[in-house]
Design a protein around this ligand. Sequence first.
Ligand code: FPP
Length: 250
Amino acid sequence: MSKTNWPPLSRIPRHVAIIMDGNGRWAQARGLPRLAGHRAGTENLRRILQACTDFGIEVLTVYAFSTENWARPEEEVRGLMTLLTQYVRHELDNLDRHGVQIRHSGKVEGISPDILHEIQRAVERTRHNNKIILNVAFNYGGRAEIVDAARRMIADGVKPEEVTDALFEKYLYTAGLPDPDLIIRTAGEMRLSNFLIWQAAYAEYYSSPVYWPDFDEAELYKALAEYARRERKFGRVPSPDEPKTTDRDA
Ligand code: FPP
């Protein structure tokens, strides 16, 4: 079905988070090195970010590099670091011009100073943009995020009785962002892999069989259409006359 024939979506998630899986398998299927898959995956991020903007999504979080990914072969880690740095360096003008606000979610410790400098420069320069937020989960681990938050609360002298969900959220890397409404994982896997484990409490999940480099706007539309069909209950039994969702109607 061509794009012009896609039925309109009854509602759009505010925050979509994506586990961009399958780059390695995409490359392997073509007899290419794994890094070629990551390069194609980076190209695809450009397209999907544009598509998310067009759909009116407010926040796109992408899982770019986990705290566990350091255990990959050295050459692959180095390649991923180069791709990320190049993406931020080469795309910054373009992202800024298109109103993209860049955020980083993850541990600062462990990131090399030159990469950290590029990330912080991009975050600083785009901080007032408001077309869409691109939140890059880089050197990110959900458990580490929670442990970090607890440590910083203790260091701030927060008293046990002051600890609430709302306060805890202020100490997470994602402070100020809405929770993800929809989490997409490509390449057919059905794991969360330590991604946004606090924030995902009421997210809807969608698993696509397509490898990330091939996950295009049409595949994104399928995920959004499935999301629009789901009834979100947030643990409650909705009353019969209540609208089906709490997020924004498209
Ligand atoms: C998972 O595929 C993908 C990653 C671990 C890295 C994702 C990174 C990018 C798409 C590029 C850099 C990101 C930015 C923000 C520029 P996999 O290697 O685990 O695939 P496999 O399971 O098929 O081996």
